[in-house]
Design a protein around this ligand. Structure first.
Ligand code: MLT
Length: 228
């Protein structure tokens, strides 16, 4: 669905309904019970697209729906991202704010179009996608009930810190990451702590690249803290 030549709801994207829900919708010939399932909002890294994180999301939980947009900003005309940057790790904050709101509105529109519960959305982001996921928690917290952020750093410091006491956040960071330093990841962890979020950080013996082990750790965290 939605993977044609024209963007739908403003973004090229995929939406995948969990198979149980699909069966219910078919059997009932209607929309099913939207409150029954969690939706993963997949946010790819620089140069990626809406297909990249689907296998990872399927490893995290088979019962969740998947909403996976492609970032609209093209770096050097070729590499999709979710917001402009001036250099590696130096962000165009005005664009980041604009794109965060635009993406949050897309999730709301998609929840109406595909009939999923907008109060049960977990962002799953990697690198640039993790950074806009963190930005969404800070600027538009009503859109996410939690987030799994692989290789995230502080995207921006909001003027007013939101109250994130009811949000569950799992950060997974690489000890040897040359792009997001240990201090950079810890700064984001500290910022989330100040908002009251239930945040966990898991350290990997790796760089910026993802490992199989951390996907498994994220899955265990999800099973423990979030009912999918
Ligand atoms: C970003 O631009 O969001 C970060 O530098 C991570 C990346 O995409 O390389």
């Amino acid at each position: 669905m939605g993977n044609n030549n024209k963007p739908r709801l403003g973004y090229f994207h995929r939406f995948i309904v969990p198979s149980d829900e699909m069966r219910t919708r078919r059997a009932q010939g209607q929309k099913g019970e939207r409150n029954k399932f969690t939706t993963f909002l997949l946010l790819h890294g620089t140069g990626g697209n809406e297909e990249d994180l689907i296998p990872l999301a399927q490893q995290l939980g088979q019962k969740a729906a998947i909403l996976s947009p492609r970032g609209k900003v093209l770096e050097n005309g070729v590499a999709p991202r979710f917001f402009h940057r001036l250099a590696e790790g130096i962000f165009d904050i005005d664009d980041l704010k604009y794109r965060t709101n635009e993406l949050a509105d897309f999730v709301k529109d998609a929840s109406n179009a595909y009939d999923f519960d907008v109060h049960n959305v977990i962002a799953v982001g990697y690198s640039n996608g993790a950074n806009i996921g963190a930005s969404m928690l800070l600027l538009r917290p009503e859109i996410l009930s939690g987030a799994i952020l692989f290789r995230a750093m502080v995207p921006l410091i909001p003027e007013i810190l939101p109250n994130l006491t009811n949000k569950h956040i799992f950060m997974s960071s690489g000890i040897y990451d040359p792009i997001v330093t240990r201090q950079g990841a810890e700064k984001l962890f500290g910022l989330f702590r100040k908002t009251g979020a239930k945040v966990t950080i898991s350290w990997q013996e790796s760089g910026h690249e993802l490992t199989m082990e951390e996907v498994q750790t994220a899955r265990e965290w999800l099973q423990k803290f979030i009912v999918i």
